[in-house]
Write a protein that binds this ligand. Structure first.
Ligand code: PAF
Length: 283
């Protein structure tokens, strides 16, 4: 496995693979890898002949007061884990390599249909930051396949839309959420939790499952389900930003006849902001 941090050398490697007729897969990450990321890598390794994992903590997707400076950076361990999985190339650029003119005033890719709702409402500019860096990674690596986790479900929807709107010849694959044994979705941010908070954190998933069960049981009072979710989380000591039932395909409010739903939430537990979701398919 090779680690490269310059755009032009990555382009050279990928061009050589393409000359051999290889299908190229990309798994974009911000590093600090856990089993959730590794499951995405395995998903990419199946259809792709060569797999690139990018490791870049993207300053453009963090808002003021968010955890850009403290986001855990564990490049050595990440490299060991990826080498063990059989990844071909790690692309770990510096911020200067990605934004040589700085992030202020840089050209932005945005998906306004989604960037103002749910997560986007509470993190203004976040999805434009994600969409911009992912577009740059797509342009640098030119993958045939790109894998993103279902855990950041709105991000996955934004990227699917971006690929369609910009006519990019890339197949986007969503990887199932990987959970700890007690149900907590794996996330690099879980390590910010104190032990007491960590013990309590699976309540987030339980609230989502309770909402999912109500939908499966035939309930269609979305607002009631959402309010009950907010109340349950608050009672459990969370500070929820949202708890919403949406259509799985486009995150719009459900309509009569819909059969695929996603219940999404974001909530603070102490100083840690957690997000999670469950998907429900009827029939
Ligand atoms: O999901 C992430 O880790 C990031 O948002 C991504 C897709 C790597 C873009 O920086």
């Amino acid at each position: 496995m090779e680690t490269l941090n310059r755009i032009h050398t990555v382009r050279e490697r990928v061009a050589a693979w393409r000359a051999e007729g290889a299908r190229v897969g990309l798994v974009p990450t911000m590093g600090n890898l856990h089993d959730g990321h590794l499951s995405l890598v395995r998903l990419a390794l199946e259809p792709a002949d060569r797999v690139v994992v990018s490791v870049f903590v993207n300053p453009l997707q963090f808002g003021p007061g968010e955890d850009f400076n403290t986001y855990p950076r564990t490049s050595e361990r990440d490299g060991e884990l990826l080498a063990r999985e059989g990844v071909d190339l790690v692309f770990a650029p510096t911020a200067f390599e990605m934004y040589p003119d700085g992030v202020d005033g840089t050209t932005i890719v945005d998906s306004p249909a989604f960037s103002g709702m749910l997560e986007g409402h509470f993190r203004p500019g976040h999805f434009a930051g994600v969409a911009t860096v992912v577009t740059k990674l797509f342009n640098i690596i030119t993958p045939d396949i790109a894998v993103f986790g279902d855990k950041d479900y709105q991000q996955l929807i934004v990227i699917r839309r971006l690929v369609r709107d910009l006519c990019l010849p890339i197949e986007v694959i969503g990887g199932p959420i990987v959970r700890e044994r007690d149900g907590l979705a794996m996330s690099s941010r879980n390590q910010y939790l104190s032990q007491a908070e960590r013990d309590h954190a699976p309540q987030l998933y339980r609230a989502l499952c309770a909402a999912g069960k109500r939908i499966v049981d035939g309930e269609r009072g979305w607002e009631d389900i959402e309010t009950e979710g907010m109340v349950a989380l608050t009672r459990e000591g969370f500070e929820p930003d949202y708890f919403s039932v949406r259509r799985a395909q486009d995150l719009l409010p459900p309509r009569e006849g819909d059969v695929e739903f996603v219940v999404l939430t974001a909530a603070r537990l102490g100083r840690t902001r957690l997000i999670d979701n469950v998907r429900i398919r009827l029939g």
